[in-house]
Design a protein around this ligand. Structure first.
Ligand code: H79
Length: 426
């Protein structure tokens, strides 16, 4: 099937192959430790919010550790928030004082991040918010409600000045940090007044100029769909599509589901609605079976480390990935319907059956279209016996009859000791 992909973007093959990335939300909101939208949700005044700048010590921040933890868990790329809606820059931008180098931490986080990624061959993604609640010329809109204390009133705001700022900062990001693989803007989709955008769209960001700027300096770059231009990596948020995604003219979309650990994107120790490693592994498998990527978010603490709970989850994901990564990297959807409680992925002539809920003794694959040379568990390559249609069997009334074109896999009674066992058929 043909890809729905803008010709002027870089080649997304690496991205489609790698399937699994880490999203990192880290900013001043990490100190409040509730929600990255807190400034707007609680209508916090600029003055109050700016105090967090003085408190950002990040004394446990170690980019190498982030990257090692992501890598150990099987993630192949990391997308870091260079600036979220709050407007605080994680790099030493020349265009603002509201930045990491003016905190007690004092160093350029982004520089350390890209260096650590390169050392470990981790692909690099920059998240960048086109929304900015701190910039005095970002015009007040539906998602940026006027606070009582707004220093610059709406009529004095000049969006053109903000547009320059946005452009200049993106220029810094694509010229001062070496090769970047992926630009992740947040957000507006397609129509100007549609849904979340609430009144701002591509022309407010000067999206086409920004895109041209990025590609001029880094022609290999891939970009997500949130500049409002209706192309690039399609990014369903906290939502799993029900199948492969195609356009109206039947082209295959490049897509990536982004998911939170516990409802919101910032570190929040008090939201215990946390996804287990098992659920995240299942999300990843489900995504790949539908031809997408999973960008799984983790929020470091204000001190800069992943907390114990996150670290443990990352480690558990890694334990599964160590033995099952073949069914994820470079894999995509299969053409046949999955058996009950299973997800299928396929890579060349190999089929992978991911068993979400352990059945009693057998898995039935109806209308099985492929040759079978072998079937085996991925975690230890132990053989899985395969039974096919046999006319002789018809005389045995004590076992289910296998239909023509049906394949039956014979399983042990006890589930192997992995959250999601996988059978490979080759
Ligand atoms: O960075 C993460 C989110 O902060 C950002 N995108 C991801 C990657 C994002 N920004 N906006 N949205 C997602 C959608 C906005 C949803 C809203 Fe609401 C519903 C805004 C107001 C109501 C969510 C709930 C935010 C505040 C309350």
């Amino acid at each position: 099937m043909q890809l729905d992909w803008p010709e002027h973007y870089g080649d997304p093959s690496w991205f489609i192959h790698d399937r699994f990335g880490m999203f990192i939300h880290w900013g001043l909101y990490s100190l409040r430790a509730k929600d990255e939208w807190i400034m707007t949700q609680e209508k916090i005044s600029k003055e109050e919010y700016e105090q967090y700048l003085e408190q950002f010590e990040a004394d446990l921040f170690d980019a190498k550790k982030w990257v090692k933890q992501a890598k150990q868990s099987g993630m192949k790329y990391i997308v870091l928030t260079t600036k979220h809606h709050e407007g605080f820059a994680l790099w030493d931008s020349a265009y603002t004082d509201y930045k990491i180098t003016n905190t007690p931490y004092g160093k350029d986080v982004l520089k350390e991040f890209v260096e650590a990624c390169r050392e470990e061959e981790m692909k690099i993604g920059f998240y960048h918010s086109v929304i900015d609640w701190h910039h005095p010329h970002f015009t007040i809109d539906g998602l940026h409600p006027a606070r009582e204390d707004e220093v610059v009133k709406q009529e004095k705001r000049d969006m053109k000045i903000y547009q320059e700022y946005l452009y200049n900062q993106v220029e810094e990001l694509v010229t001062q940090y070496g090769k970047v693989d992926y630009f992740w803007f947040d957000f507006s989709y397609g129509e100007r007044d549609w849904g979340w955008s609430k009144g701002k769209g591509a022309e407010d960001w000067r999206a086409e100029e920004i895109e041209a700027l990025i590609l001029k300096h880094q022609p290999h770059m891939i970009i997500n769909n949130r500049l409002g231009l209706n192309h690039g990596v399609y990014t369903p948020e906290q939502y799993q599509p029900t199948g492969v995604l195609t356009t109206a003219d039947n082209k295959q979309r490049v897509w990536e589901a982004c998911q939170t650990l516990n409802d919101r994107w910032t570190y929040n120790p008090n939201n215990l609605n946390r996804k287990s490693a098992e659920m995240i592994i299942k999300l990843l498998i489900d995504t790949v079976s539908k031809d997408g990527n999973l960008l799984m978010n983790f929020g470091p603490t204000a001190r800069g480390n992943f907390d114990e709970a996150s670290s443990k989850i990352l480690q558990e994901i890694g334990e599964w990935m160590t033995y099952h990564k073949q069914s994820i990297y470079g894999a995509g959807p299969a053409e046949l319907a999955p058996p009950q409680d299973c997800r299928l992925t396929k890579k060349e002539d190999r089929l992978f059956i991911h068993i979400f809920s352990w059945p009693f003794r057998t898995i039935h694959l109806k209308d099985f279209p492929y040759e079978i040379n072998y079937a085996r568990f991925l975690h230890d390559y132990s053989e899985v016996p395969v039974k096919r249609f046999d006319p002789e069997d018809l005389i045995h009334h004590d076992r289910p009859v296998i239909a023509e074109n049906e394949v039956v896999l014979e399983l042990p009674v006890i589930k192997p000791d992995y959250v999601v066992p996988v059978i490979e058929i080759g």
